[in-house]
Every structure is written in structure tokens, then in C-alpha cells.
Design a protein around this ligand. Structure first.
Ligand SMILES: Cc1ncc(COP(=O)(O)O)c(C=O)c1O
Length: 484
């Protein structure tokens, strides 16, 4: 075990390192389903850590549904979850960009968001019970008192300095050494992506996007009069670099930006490898196509450390890194940012023209939370909750959905991508589920070309008996559709 331990050593807390190492052995097949994992006492001796550290590590592995305790017997590797979704066909990506014309399914799903009567499994919102609501709101009140005049004034681009300092400090963990002057604050991550698209593209230009893709990006592309060039993404490695290169070669000069969610992407939950990120950055530099990197889920890794971003490999300023605190702290505060590389000045200009400034009070509050609110402690706790809940939901899907259903295995974040047998139409499932108060996201809204008809995306941010019941009902409805 010693070598494996050395290979996977991280910088996190000791128990997280121990958990990471056992997790690695399970992932690599050195420990297989049903195998007994070392006893707490043995592992503590072997790794020279305290009994409590091993207990804490095993409790984290239980949360991640990787091991289970059996009374009087010890800890065992859990049985397998359903298979991963199938690999996409990457040798034939779309040759030409497509006009984006989204039909009424999008509007239906968007309308669901406003309906409090529905159980919202279709949208990727965090669980407010997991957010530090009181602490954050207390800080908002305190900071707006402390900086009363600043709080009611414009915080013109690049935005609140203290917040940019905090973001710059945290970016070291993502592998980036940036100064606060290289960051512009925005109203959420979506505004950061919109600013980037506005600066980089003119109507009629093409944007390369991974598919399946977060559907709001498709709506943005349509709204800005752009075209989408879909590049297949795999549930194992993310965007296919082979297909991307093929598409860039065939559309030289036409593609003006590429959007990638590099860590725990929405909807597949996949984290690109560091080597993949490095290759992506180098390839886009060669083709002179700027990368818009969305890292909104990067802080929600189930491992002890957050992953690097692709921007860590950017030496020329060709990567525009976008993120926000919407998934970790408060979606309603609308605080995000962009580190726009060589496009910084243009981004500041367009931000000023289109929205003048990002709201001051919430920037002040988030800056204070990052400086003194225990952000890392908060992240550690929600990462564990989301790891446990996505595993519990995946397990329930395995129990209730028709045989042959496959489920993504996210390494962070809280959405699951479910691939049902091909005969099932997820739009029909969406309509039936809605009649009984459950909202899901049907697969075809994640592609311009209407692919993924047999897939759905589910939000696992909330998990209780009611959600488990909903998964059982959805599974029954899916079985009925299969047999009809
Ligand atoms: C990948 C991705 N980017 C951006 C957003 C939206 O971010 P914000 O609310 O900060 O604008 C979401 C929300 O679901 C998302 O999944």
C-alpha cells in the first residue's frame, strides 16, 4: 500500500489523505466490491496515524458510498453502482456549426423553475439548507453598516478590491498566480460568460461547446446570434480533444471561442485530467481560439483538494476563466468574476457599458466571508454531503430504473446524468413526472441537435425520503414507458 499512498498524497487534512488513498485503491481495483478494507487498528498502525483519523476517513468513505460498515465484522467495499453512460461517438463530430433555435421544451423547463409546487430535480440549484445563510446574511448587514457609503455607491469595474484580493488568493489553489488587477467582478458566472462571448464574437460566428452542455449556454449562443459547434464529451474524460481538433481544422477562422466546464461539468460531472487541460490550452492557442473556462463547480470536489483549472496552463492570456459563488455560498447574491487574460480591458469596458457595476453590498459580504467566514470549513462539509447524496441517488436509480440504465459518477458538484434504455423518450417521462409534481431536465435540451433523447439530468443537492420516493416513481414511470 505504501506506493499507492505516496502516489496519492495530497495537501488536505490527514483523514482526507487517508480516505483519498483507500478511495484510490478502490478506484484502481486493488480493493474490489465485497473486499474487506483494513481494520481501523491495522490501518492506523500501517499509516502511523491515530485511530480517530482512520475513523474519520472511513466515515468520509461511507458518505461517498464507497465502503459500508457491517456489524461485528468491519468495513467492506460497497457493491457496484450502475454502469457509466455510454461513450460518445467521437470520430464523426458535426462538420459545420449549427444555428441555435431552441424550441418550446426549453421554455417549459424554464417555466418550471418558477413553480414552487414542483419538486425541483431538473435544475442545478444548491440546497439552501447546506448554505451558510445566517452567517452570510449577518455579514451582509455588518459590512453594509461598516462601509455604509461604499455599499450604496457604484463599485465600477473591475469591482470590489477586497473581493478581488480574496479571489486572487484562492486562485493559488487552482494553480493560477494572478493579481487582483487581473480579475473583474460580475453578476454571477453567467454574466462573466456573456461578457466573454460579447468581447470575442460577432453575430454569425461559431462557438465550440462540449455536448451534452449546460443548456443556458445554448440559450446565450442563440440570443447573441452565434452558432454552436458541438464537440462530444465523454463521461470519463470530458470534451474529446480529438474531435475538437477535427472540428477546428474543418472550420478554420470561423470558431471564435470555445466554452468548456473543465471541473465537474454540468451535466456529466466529469473533471478533465490535468494533462487534458494542458493539451486543450495548447491546442486552442495553436488555432488562436480563446478558451472561456467555466469553473463554477471547481470548489465542490469530493476529494480533499480542489482541482487545477485549465487557466493554470495559460502562458499567453488566451484563457478567460469564469466562476461565481452561486453553487457554494449564495446564488441570489449574484457575485461572480472573470480573469480574462489578454481581454481584461475589453471585458471591463463591456461590463461598464452593459451593467455599470456589480452590486456593492453582496460583494462586500462575500469578501468578508472569504476572509473570515470559514469558507474552507464550509466547503469541507458541503463536499461531503454532496458526495454522499449523489451516491445515494445513483444507488436509488440503480434500484428503481429499468435494467440497462446508466448513471454518471460525478467527482464533484451535485448533478447526475442518467442514460436510460434507448426506447425511452425523456420528454414523455418529463411530461408524466410533471403531472405528479416532479420536474426533471430532459436530455435533448443539452444539445442543439436534439441528441440525448433517452437521457435526463437530475439534481442530487437535496436528499431525503421524499426525493427517494420521487426517484422510485420516476423509475416506475420509466419502466412503464419501456413496456408500453
Ligand atoms: C456550468 C454553469 N455555469 C454557470 C451557471 C450559472 O451561474 P450563476 O448563477 O453564478 O450566474 C450554472 C448554474 O447552473 C452552471 O451550471
Amino acid at each position: 500500500m505504501q506506493n499507492i499512498m505516496e502516489n496519492t498524497g495530497g495537501k488536505g487534512l490527514l483523514y482526507e489523505k487517508v480516505a483519498g488513498r483507500i478511495g484510490y485503491m478502490i478506484e484502481q481495483g486493488a480493493l474490489r466490491p465485497g473486499d474487506r478494507v483494513p481494520s481501523i487498528r491495522n490501518l492506523s498502525k500501517q499509516m502511523q496515524v491515530s485511530i480517530n483519523t482512520v475513523k474519520e476517513a472511513y466515515s468520509q468513505l461511507e458518505d461517498q458510498q464507497l465502503i459500508e460498515a457491517r456489524p461485528q465484522s468491519g468495513y467492506y467495499v460497497r457493491g457496484r453502482l450502475p454502469e457509466l453512460p455510454a461513450e460518445p461517438v467521437v470520430d464523426r463530430p458535426a462538420l459545420n456549426p449549427s444555428e441555435v433555435s431552441l424550441d418550446k421544451v426549453y421554455q417549459l423547463v424554464m417555466r418550471d423553475l418558477l413553480n414552487p409546487g414542483l419538486l425541483q430535480l431538473g435544475i442545478a440549484i444548491p440546497n439552501t439548507e447546506q448554505l451558510p445563510v445566517e452567517k452570510l446574511n449577518r455579514m451582509l448587514a455588518r459590512e453594509t453598516r461598516r462601509y455604509a457609503t461604499q455599499a450604496v455607491s457604484y463599485d465600477l469595474p473591475p469591482g470590489n478590491l477586497r473581493l478581488r484580493q480574496q479571489v486572487a488568493q484562492r486562485l493559488l489553489l487552482s494553480g493560477c498566480t494572478l493579481s487582483p488587477e487581473q480579475i473583474v467582478t460580475t453578476s454571477g458566472c453567467v454574466e462573466a460568460v456573456v461578457l466573454a462571448l460579447r468581447v470575442l464574437c460577432q453575430p454569425g460566428n461559431a462557438v465550440a461547446i462540449e455536448t451534452p452542455v449546460y443548456f443556458n449556454f445554448l440559450q446565450l449562443i442563440e440570443e447573441l446570434g452565434l452558432k454552436a459547434l458541438e464537440i462530444p464529451a465523454s463521461p470519463r474524460g470530458g470534451i474529446s480533444l480529438e474531435a475538437l481538433e477535427y472540428a477546428l481544422t474543418n472550420n478554420r477562422g470561423q470558431v471564435k471561442a470555445c466554452i468548456v466546464i473543465s471541473n465537474f461539468n454540468n451535466p456529466l460531472g466529469i473533471r478533465m485530467s490535468d494533462a487534458g487541460k494542458q493539451q486543450l490550452v495548447a491546442m486552442l492557442e495553436t488555432y488562436q481560439v480563446p478558451l472561456i473556462e467555466d469553473d463554477i463547480y471547481g470548489d465542490l470536489s469530493y476529494r480533499d483538494e480542489r482541482p487545477l483549472v485549465a487557466k493554470a496552463y495559460d502562458t499567453t492570456g488566451n484563457v478567460l476563466l469564469c466562476s461565481s459563488f452561486s453553487k457554494t455560498l449564495a446564488p441570489g447574491y449574484r457575485v461572480g468574476w472573470i480573469a480574462a487574460g489578454r481581454y481584461q480591458e475589453q471585458i471591463e469596458r463591456v461590463k461598464m457599458i452593459t451593467s455599470v457595476a456589480t452590486p456593492s453590498p453582496t460583494q462586500l459580504a462575500i469578501a468578508e466571508f472569504l476572509a473570515n467566514g470559514g469558507y474552507d470549513h464550509h466547503l469541507r462539509s458541503i463536499r461531503r454531503v454532496y458526495a454522499r447524496q449523489t451516491a445515494q441517488m445513483a444507488d436509488a436509480i440503480g434500484r428503481f430504473f429499468p435494467e440497462g440504465t446508466r448513471v454518471s459518477r460525478p467527482q464533484g458538484g451535485y448533478v447526475l446524468w442518467v442514460e436510460m434504455p434507448e426506447e425511452i423518450d425523456s420528454l414523455q417521462l418529463y411530461e408524466q413526472a410533471r403531472k405528479i409534481g416532479i420536474s426533471i431536465a430532459p436530455g435533448m435540451i443539452f444539445s442543439v441537435e436534439g441528441k440525448f433523447r433517452n437521457c435526463i439530468r437530475l439534481n442530487a443537492a437535496c436528499w431525503d425520503s421524499c426525493v427517494e420516493g420521487a426517484i422510485e416513481t420516476l423509475g416506475r414511470q420509466a419502466c412503464d414507458l419501456l413496456n408500453s
